[in-house]
Design a protein around this ligand. Structure first.
Ligand SMILES: Nc1nc2c([nH]c(=O)n2[C@H]2C[C@H](O)[C@@H](COP(=O)(O)OP(=O)(O)OP(=O)(O)O)O2)c(=O)[nH]1
Length: 135
């Protein structure tokens, strides 16, 4: 079956929105990415749906419950083996805390969206999501 990923493993990033703001997370590892900001998430496990993986990763990493809303159009290669998909998600419960993989979190209003140093591959999806927040 052609899932459009050319055999690469999908990393799902969550564009978590609440009260008109977007959640950004600062990575602690690996060294090449530490200190840069991302849409929190992680690798989809074999047999797992991408939206399920998103719910699992955000529960593990941030202690929150989210509802995936829709995939952001596009995909962004990370490495030879990994490709980034982004889903918009709504915060259902909990206040995000940097439990794993991150050392700082920020809720960004649309006019602050590019105040943080996003990983390069995340920028197009962040721009698309910010447009939806502006209404
Ligand atoms: N989660 C996430 N990872 C990203 C983004 N942009 C980006 O380049 N990456 C890279 C960083 C990592 O090399 C890889 C995702 O790995 P991860 O460490 O977050 O995933 P994981 O929780 O499943 O990790 P693991 O312990 O199973 O290795 O993708 C992004 O927006 N979100």
């Amino acid at each position: 079956m052609d899932d459009g990923t050319n055999g690469r493993r999908v990393v799902v990033g969550g564009a978590v929105c609440d009260k008109g703001r977007l959640l950004a997370a600062r990575r602690t590892a690996p060294p090449a990415l530490a200190g840069r900001w991302e849409l929190p998430g992680g690798k989809v496990e074999p047999g797992e749906r991408v939206d399920e993986a998103l719910v699992r990763e955000l529960r593990e990493e941030l202690g929150i419950e989210v509802e995936p809303v829709a995939r952001v159009a596009g995909e962004w290669p990370l490495t030879q083996e990994l490709v980034l998909h982004v889903w918009r998600a709504r915060l259902l419960a909990g206040a995000p805390r940097p439990l794993q993989d991150h050392d700082e979190l920020r809720w960004l209003a649309p006019d602050e969206a590019f105040d943080v140093d996003w990983l390069d591959q995340d920028r197009p999806a962040v721009a698309a999501v910010v447009e939806t927040l502006k209404g």
